[in-house]
Design a binder for this molecule. Structure first.
Ligand code: GLN
Length: 501
């Protein structure tokens, strides 16, 4: 009896892993199928900045050999994965979507990549992203935008649009994203896929090129909640090389996804994250999903988080402040691009020419805002006030979680917009993250999962689940229950409705 159908790229990771363990298919065959798929569709999707065909096939054959030799392998051994181009991988160019890093080959693996390799996962390539993860559409990539497989004229979200689009285009069953203000969850929402921002400190930041160090977090992306949990378990856990890494056992996210039971749970609707400003079809699908959670036995109540309305303003002071400091290291001296190095110019001139040529407009905008916010005389008024707001937002969450187990909201205010629509309007772009940013400021865990298509445009809608720090398992318990109920209703996963490419 076959576990899997003929079309390997349409299978989820758990199914592929089981079929490989049973000897029904090899990792080499699975990897080749995905590389072929990338070859077929990625000129239209542009999810990948780099495809590592030779390395991937070598890694796959190695897993097949070790399996044949009877070695005990991890639960995702042999499964292909795409990695956002903000995580280092030894010897492989890491661009962060920026010209300034062109030509840089990091000499070490990030902890996330190291754990993927240790788990036997096969890295297919590096995915496209907004430059240094600043953006909500991947249009700020120096290498051109990624296209949303649901409608190639539309954005796949950002900054991790490449990872989300790779999943939705069936180019990879798993992907790694990073989320500083929503870059895993918003792309998941607009591509009909699943993404989780783990608790801050839950996944190591070692080798993750820093945007805003107090907010950045890498996390798992997939097409099902269970696959997301398996990947979460593979990458999470303490790492002495990251000083903010939490030294405590990782919550059992896989068991929680298997339990998929919300009976007796208390779920809070955040009053400030719904209604006005949200597309009608987004609100409609969100309300229907909440009704399903009630039917499944959860108790749903409304809660208020009054300081959330200041989250975006605080974020756009804290993030640029940290980014302006983190990005100071890209000056042509140690990494990638170097301009004007003709022997006649001063070091300062070379640095300034390099930064002028190497950074895009959005990155420059944020470096300037951050430098201003941190400057003497303004520091307390801007950065200091933003940090106080951050504390108030954390307290809002604490008060809410004293009443409920998880909070829910729409992930993004709209479905995928058209490429070009918001790229010249920074504020309109920033507003995409209105519902995702509070979680990053407080360091909580959150998931986005698909809950249907908006009736007015037929595009996917995401629901966000938020949990207290180190209660990531609750996301999976609720997410898996909701996903199962929706699959019952539709007869299939939402992603099956994505148009053929
Ligand atoms: N879109 C948000 C920003 O531009 C979030 C980015 C992120 O999470 N990396 O900052």
């Amino acid at each position: 009896m076959g576990i899997i159908g003929a079309d390997l790229v349409r299978q989820d990771a758990a199914t592929l892993a089981r079929a490989m363990a049973e000897g029904e298919v090899s990792s080499e065959e699975v990897t080749r199928a995905h590389l072929d798929r990338i070859g077929e569709v990625d000129d239209r999707v542009h999810a990948f900045l780099q495809v590592l065909s030779t390395e991937a096939l070598d890694a796959a054959r190695d897993i097949d050999r070790r399996r044949a030799a009877g070695e005990q392998l991890g639960p995702l051994a042999g499964v292909p994965i795409a990695v956002k181009d903000v995580l280092t991988m030894t010897g492989v160019p890491t661009t962060c979507g920026s010209r300034v890093l062109e030509g840089w080959r990091p000499p070490y693996d990030s902890t996330v990549v190291e754990r993927l390799r240790a788990g036997g996962l096969v890295i297919l390539g590096k995915t496209n992203m907004d430059e240094f993860a600043m953006g909500s559409s991947t249009e700020h990539s120096a290498y051109g935008p990624t296209h949303n497989p649901w409608d190639l004229e539309r954005i796949p979200g950002g900054s991790g649009g490449g990872s989300a689009a790779a999943l939705a285009a069936f180019e990879a069953p798993l992907a790694i994203g990073t989320d500083t203000g929503g870059s895993i969850r918003q792309p998941a929402a607009v591509t009909g896929t699943v993404g989780v921002k783990p608790t801050y400190g839950g996944v190591s930041r070692y080798g993750l090129v820093a945007l805003a160090s107090s907010l950045d977090q890498a996390g798992p992306c997939a097409r099902t909640v269970k696959d997301t949990a398996l990947l979460h378990a593979a990458i999470a856990g303490h790492d002495p090389r990251d000083s903010t890494s939490i030294q405590a056992p990782v919550p059992d996210v896989v068991a929680a996804a298997d339990e998929a039971d919300v009976r007796g749970m208390r779920i809070g609707l955040v009053r400030e994250l719904r209604g006005e400003g949200y597309q009608a079809g987004v609100s409609q699908r969100f309300d229907e999903a909440v009704a399903i959670l009630t039917d499944l036995g959860a108790e749903v109540v409304e809660v208020s988080c009054p300081h959330f309305e200041y989250a975006l303003a605080a974020y756009y002071l804290i993030l640029p402040s940290e980014a302006s400091s983190n990005l100071a290291r890209f000056d042509g001296m140690r990494y990638g691009l170097r301009m004007g190095d003709d022997g006649a110019r001063s070091v300062e001139e070379v640095m300034s020419l390099t930064r002028e040529a190497g950074f895009g407009a959005e990155v420059k905008r944020r470096i300037m805002i951050g430098t201003y916010a941190l400057s003497s005389g303004y520091y307390d008024a801007y950065y200091g006030s933003a940090q106080k707001v951050r504390t108030l937002i954390t307290r809002d969450f604490e008060a809410a979680f004293a009443q409920v187990d998880v909070l829910v909201s729409p992930t993004a205010p709209t479905t995928a917009f058209r490429i070009g629509d918001k790229v010249d309007d920074p504020l309109a772009m920033y507003l995409n993250d209105i519902a995702t940013i509070p979680v990053n400021l407080a360091g909580n865990a959150a998931m986005s999962l698909p809950v249907g298509l908006a009736p007015e445009d037929g595009l996917p809608v995401g629901l966000q689940i938020m949990a207290p720090p180190m209660a990531d398992d609750r996301l999976y318990r609720v997410g898996a229950a909701l996903e199962a109920a929706l699959v019952d209703r539709w007869g299939h996963l939402l992603i099956e409705e994505v148009p053929a490419l």
